[in-house]
Each structure stands twice: as C-alpha cells, then as structure tokens.
Design a protein around this ligand. Structure first.
Ligand code: FE
Length: 194
C-alpha cells in the first residue's frame, strides 16, 4: 500500500469515528428525563384521611351529576415513582365536600375511583369543593400502585384565604390551577415511594 493511501484511509476512519461519537451524543441528549420530573423527585406527602372516607366508591372519572351546583374543575396529572417511572393502572380514589362544604355520607355523591392509563395519566372531572368549618378548601385522595401501599393525602387550592389558618395545609400539595370562564383546569402529579 502507498503511504499516502494508508494515511487517507486512517483519516477517513477517524472522521467516521468522530461522526459516530456525535451521533451518540445527540442520542444521549434526546434521552434526558423530561423537565417535569427532575432528579430526586420527592414523594408526595401523606395526610390524614379525615372522618369522611368510605370504601367501595364507584369507578368513574367524572363525579359530575346533572344539576350539581358548583364551579366545574378538571384535574389532570400523572402517578409516578420517585425515579420518574410512570405507574400504569394506579388507583386514584377521590372524595370531597360539595360546594356548600357538606360530604355525602349516606351515598357516594362526589366520591369515585379510577385507574391511571398505560402512561400513568389520570383525568378527573368534578366541582370545586366548598369550605367547611376548621378546614381550607381541599380534595381527599388515596393513591395506590398495583399491589403497593396506599398513599392517603389531600390536595389544596392556591390563593385561598383559609390556607394560612389550616394547621395541616401543605404548600407541596397545592394544585396548579388555571381559571377558565366556566371550567377550571388544574394539574397535580403524585409521586409514590419506589
Ligand atoms: Fe375533608
């Protein structure tokens, strides 16, 4: 082989290697975790279930019923593990007060459960709960990965006058809420212990 030919072959090989490295870097960048799940996501804090939980709620993603008074709200989000992995088929059981602050303890009004989809997502339609004495506005929720322990917690609303005076209110459990004309849209992601 001529010297020249040998060197141009070497040059060609190193250019090829370099391009392979660049392609690898581009691939690594596209596989970065999404910004919504930073490293070391903290598990969602637990809170008391309070006195009004009832087992055996109906399976339904909408708790709305015809003629039900109150501001409609759609809550969406994900259930995932602290390592960011989504949890498909996680149970989400919600119960809350009506717009006057009363719970239905005889039946199942404003009570229901659903399961996350295969990407760990959920969507709940309901009304904004009313206040009742001693508590700021809140939802009650049980979340459970398949065969996992139950996370019992509560979700709160931003900018509520009652938040500061409620001893168990937690800023980590505040919904991100957008106000619409007739329907509010809120988001919350639950993080379970792996
Ligand atoms: Fe309550």
């Amino acid at each position: 082989m001529e010297r020249r030919g040998f060197f141009s072959l070497l040059a060609g090989m190193s250019t090829g290697l370099c391009m392979a490295r660049m392609a690898g870097t581009a691939q690594a960048q596209s596989l970065r975790p999404t910004p919504s799940c930073p490293d070391g996501a903290q598990p969602t804090p637990r809170q008391t279930a309070g006195p009004y939980f009832k087992p055996h709620s109906p399976e339904r993603a909408s708790l709305l019923e015809p003629g039900m008074p109150g501001m409609k709200i759609v809550v969406t989000g994900m259930v995932r593990l602290a390592n960011c992995q989504p949890v498909p088929r996680a149970l989400i059981d919600v119960w809350h007060a009506d717009d006057r602050g009363a719970y239905d303890n005889a039946g199942f009004r404003l009570r229901g459960h659903q399961y996350t989809d295969d990407q760990g997502r959920y969507r709940l339609e309901t009304i904004v709960p009313g206040n009742y004495p001693g508590r700021t506005r809140h939802f009650h929720v049980n979340v459970q990965a398949p065969k996992g322990p139950v996370l019992t917690t509560q979700l709160y609303f931003p900018g509520e006058a009652g938040n500061a005076g409620d001893p168990i209110f937690s800023r980590e459990l505040v919904l991100r809420v957008q106000d619409g004309a007739e329907v509010r849209a809120a988001t919350f992601d639950f993080v379970l212990r792996a």
